[in-house]
Design a protein around this ligand. Structure first.
Ligand code: ATP
Length: 446
């Protein structure tokens, strides 16, 4: 049996992962097992109605086989995960006996945990015996899905679902269940604050975070060394104390023990699509659509300019079209790379397509080749009089004031380019949940 939940939190509090942990501990108490890891699945990062990172949670329950592993501690109990076995017996008939009790737990917990009074909180619950086709995950991470499309899928698949308020959460809940992570996946260990501390400022020792970052082999995005930012710690009033992300679930628990911070009890490891680049699709500039995340290639056609607020804008073109690309102020030092671009450079831009103004919000940039750029160092010397000529205006050549001899160009010199071929990414503090850090790409190449 698969359960998916989404859209239970708001900017003022709550966290769908925490609610999932509470649900899991209750479901375990019924005598059912968690199969595999609970899953924190990030969906289309450009949906306009997301609270923060468009995360949705799902998990599979049934009767486990094989040796369980401890993957958390929630509500005073260990959370055990049973491996997904190839020959897992079809336990749907057995699980059916628990269905009514599971539904009751889900509905009660949603009612007590979800921030239902918040305008933008529209929870959705989905329960279904078979995982949805993975194409639904890819759609949920790549495009905007209408709720009607999901309602008709859920009806076709005989799923049980509940919508609260406008019920939009069923979109994320369904997309999360449909994720398999077979092509690529990561893990996140999330620790939760004691309830009395929710909403107050967090206490985490920065040096201990740097230490786990240096000593663990497969974690990523723990700390931003350039901006001195502890990235594992959120700043919202939610119950999360910290989240450590990595490629190996077992490594995360030992990192957790090495973090020096306020005391906490509850924690849980999730499998996730974070850090995989799953949101990106290769596109031509002509085919760009708002709310997508894309990889486009082109030639820089307008030099970068810094506008009010410190955002840097440049344009790229291919044979058919051109588009503005933006490195916003929060991307900090990354803007220096962007400022170094010049007309003629061949680049690949990775980023989200914003509707208004229509721009690609750059997450990663590959400079494939740098154009040879020449700059004028001196006005030309008149061959008749031997004096420096004067400019006739931008792009209009030069003229000798005395004898009226003209020349097209001044003395040019090849410009020393500050940027080089290579791939560049925004700093850790500005990283999107789904963006694959270059470090992780390099590790995968081996
Ligand atoms: P957090 O990261 O704190 O969990 P959030 O950013 O996940 O919060 P939600 O509160 O879950 O934000 O809101 C996102 C909403 O968008 C949900 O209702 C979800 O069902 C919906 N949604 C997710 N993906 C899509 C999509 N591809 N198309 C349309 N709606 C979507």
């Amino acid at each position: 049996m698969w359960i998916g939940i989404d859209d239970t939190d708001s900017r003022r509090g709550g966290c769908t992962t925490y609610l999932a942990g509470v649900l899991l501990s209750k479901v375990q108490k019924l005598g059912l097992d968690l199969i595999g890891y609970p899953r924190l699945v990030r969906l289309n990062p450009n949906v306009p109605w997301k609270t923060r990172g468009n995360g949705a949670v799902s998990f599979q329950i049934g009767f486990g086989g094989g040796t369980p592993i401890k993957i958390g501690w929630m509500k005073g109990n260990d959370v055990w995960s049973y491996p997904l076995m190839n020959n897992q017996i079809d336990d749907s008939a057995l699980v059916d006996r628990f269905i009514d009790r599971i539904k009751k737990i889900l509905l009660n917990e949603i009612k007590s945990f979800a921030e239902l009074s918040e305008d933008n909180t529209n929870p959705g619950l989905v329960m279904v015996s078979d995982q949805f086709d993975e194409s639904w995950y890819w759609q949920a991470v790549h495009r905007i899905i209408q709720k009607d499309e999901i309602v008709s899928l859920l009806t076709r698949k005989d799923a049980w679902f509940r919508e609260f308020k406008n019920g939009r959460g069923i979109i994320g809940a369904t997309g999360s269940i449909a994720w398999t992570g077979k092509h690529d996946n990561t893990f996140e260990l999330i620790s939760y604050r004691k309830k009395k501390r929710w909403g107050s400022s967090r206490s985490i020792d920065e040096n201990s975070v740097i230490k786990i970052d240096e000593t663990s082999s497969l974690t990523f995005d723990n700390y931003d060394y350039v901006n001195h930012h502890v990235n594992i710690m959120p700043h919202s009033p939610c119950p999360v104390l910290f989240g450590i992300r990595g490629d190996k679930a077992e490594e995360l628990a030992s990192c957790m023990n090495d973090i020096q911070c306020e005391s906490f009890d509850e924690w849980l490891i999730f499998a996730s699509n974070q850090g995989t680049d799953d949101h990106l699709v290769v596109s031509s500039i002509t085919d760009l659509e708002s709310f997508q995340s894309v990889i486009i290639e082109g030639v820089v056609s307008k030099k970068p300019v810094t506008i009010a607020g410190g955002h840097v804008i440049f344009s790229i073109s291919d044979e058919a079209s051109s588009v503005d690309c933006a490195a916003y102020e929060p991307t900090k030092q990354f803007r220096n790379v962007v400022r170094g671009l010049d007309v003629g450079d061949v680049v690949k831009v990775f980023g989200g397509v914003r509707k208004e103004p229509f721009t690609v919000n750059v997450e990663k940039l590959e400079i494939k080749s740098c154009a040879m750029v020449y700059e004028k160092v001196e006005n030309p010397v008149c061959p008749v009089c031997g004096k420096h000529m004067k400019s006739k205006g931008h792009g209009q050549g030069f003229v000798c004031k005395k004898c009226k001899t003209t020349a097209k160009k001044g003395k040019m010199k090849r410009k020393n380019r500050i940027v080089q071929k290579g791939i560049y990414e925004v700093p850790v503090c500005a990283r999107r949940h789904l963006s694959k850090p270059l470090l992780r790409s390099e590790r995968q190449k081996g």
